[in-house]
Design a protein around this ligand. Structure first.
Ligand code: 5GP
Length: 317
């Protein structure tokens, strides 16, 4: 009975009984950090044009407790292109919105004013008129265009997926005539010279890629739908050559996800990756030139959405 001290309670530090429960504070600050991160990711999506400002406003009003809904109007405005703090304050004064307001808490008149302001500066393009059965699928690098197109080819044999010609050498599993027609520079020059290409471009500053005109015309004449999976430069050329072509832009679910996909692919070095991300940023900025936008969160759903757009008989705005 000599060691009494051993069975005593653990020593108490001064004040340990009066402090608020540790777990509550930790949980609250964890939630605050997560909400701040979610808002920062959304602002990045607007800045990188993965979503339009109007889309962010719609999300905010649909759910005021969401990251979009809890975003302050001041934060929202400065995430838009070319709006600094001075301009932001003038806009808020014009719209008669207090700078402490959150997007989800805008009143009916303020929502209308904000919407009108956004529509005037960044009009959202809606689908124009009836489109033809020539369909272009484009989108930023690493968004998964190839995978979505391959999924459509596998599940919808009635849709013709155009086979491009390229000067790039084949990758191990690629088959000539199935994935691409692999040609040399002289042959590519001939295709251009003889007007056989509907469009062509040098992609990622390296190889040339082009779409043969004749097989496409034949398929369209036979009443088939034709899908081109090409880059943005090519999409613009198709638009110029065939203004009624249907242009579909494939979007990543978020900018962070696009970066993840590019990094995850692991096929490019640091420098090449940085170059492709810069290209992707420019490509995203072109999405309003397209008739439709489809988010590629999962391949099967994105492919289904593209097919529905293609097959719906009255694809008018
Ligand atoms: P990859 O070399 O990885 O197969 O394709 C590289 C890029 O070239 C992709 O962005 C793809 O969309 C684009 N591409 C493939 N075929 C064509 C084409 O015929 N024309 C144009 N403009 N781009 C193409």
């Amino acid at each position: 009975m000599t060691e009494r001290a051993l069975d005593g309670a653990p020593p108490q530090t001064p004040g340990s009984l009066t402090r608020p429960p540790q777990v509550d504070r930790v949980e609250a600050s964890r939630k605050a950090v997560a909400a701040r991160r979610a808002r920062a990711a959304l602002k990045r999506d607007v800045r990188m044009r993965v979503i339009t400002p109007q889309e962010l406003l719609r999300r905010a009003l649909a759910d005021p407790a969401s990251p979009a809904g809890t975003m302050r109007v001041t934060e929202f405005l400065t995430s838009l292109p070319a709006i600094g703090e001075g301009k932001r304050d003038r806009i808020l004064a014009d719209l008669e919105i207090s700078p402490v307001k959150r997007l989800g808490g805008l009143g009916a008149r303020q929502r209308r004013a904000m919407r009108e302001f956004l529509d005037a500066r960044w009009p959202e393009q809606s689908a124009r008129g009836r489109r033809s059965r020539l369909v272009v699928l484009a989108g930023p690098t690493a968004v998964g265009k190839g995978t979505v197109a391959a999924h459509i080819k596998e599940h919808h044999p009635e849709i013709m997926l155009s086979v491009s010609s390229t000067t790039r050498p084949p990758r191990p599993a690629e088959v000539d005539g199935e994935h691409y027609f692999f040609v040399d520079d002289a042959e590519f020059d001939r295709l251009i010279a003889e007007g056989e290409l509907l469009e062509y471009a040098t992609v990622h500053n390296s190889y040339r890629y082009g779409t043969a005109r004749r097989p496409i015309e034949a398929a369209l004449e036979a009443g088939r739908t034709v899908l081109l999976e090409i880059d943005l430069q090519g999409a613009r050329q198709v638009r110029a050559a065939e203004p009624s072509a249907t242009l579909v832009f494939l979007l990543p679910p978020s900018w962070d996800e696009l970066v993840q996909r590019l990094v995850g692919r692991g096929t490019e070095g640091d420098e090449e990756r940085a170059l492709r991300l810069r290209t992707a940023k420019g490509e995203l900025a072109a999405q309003n030139e397209f008739d439709f936008r489809v988010v590629n969160a999962d391949v099967a759903s994105a492919a289904r959405e593209v097919v529905e757009l293609i097959q719906s008989p009255e694809r008018s705005s």
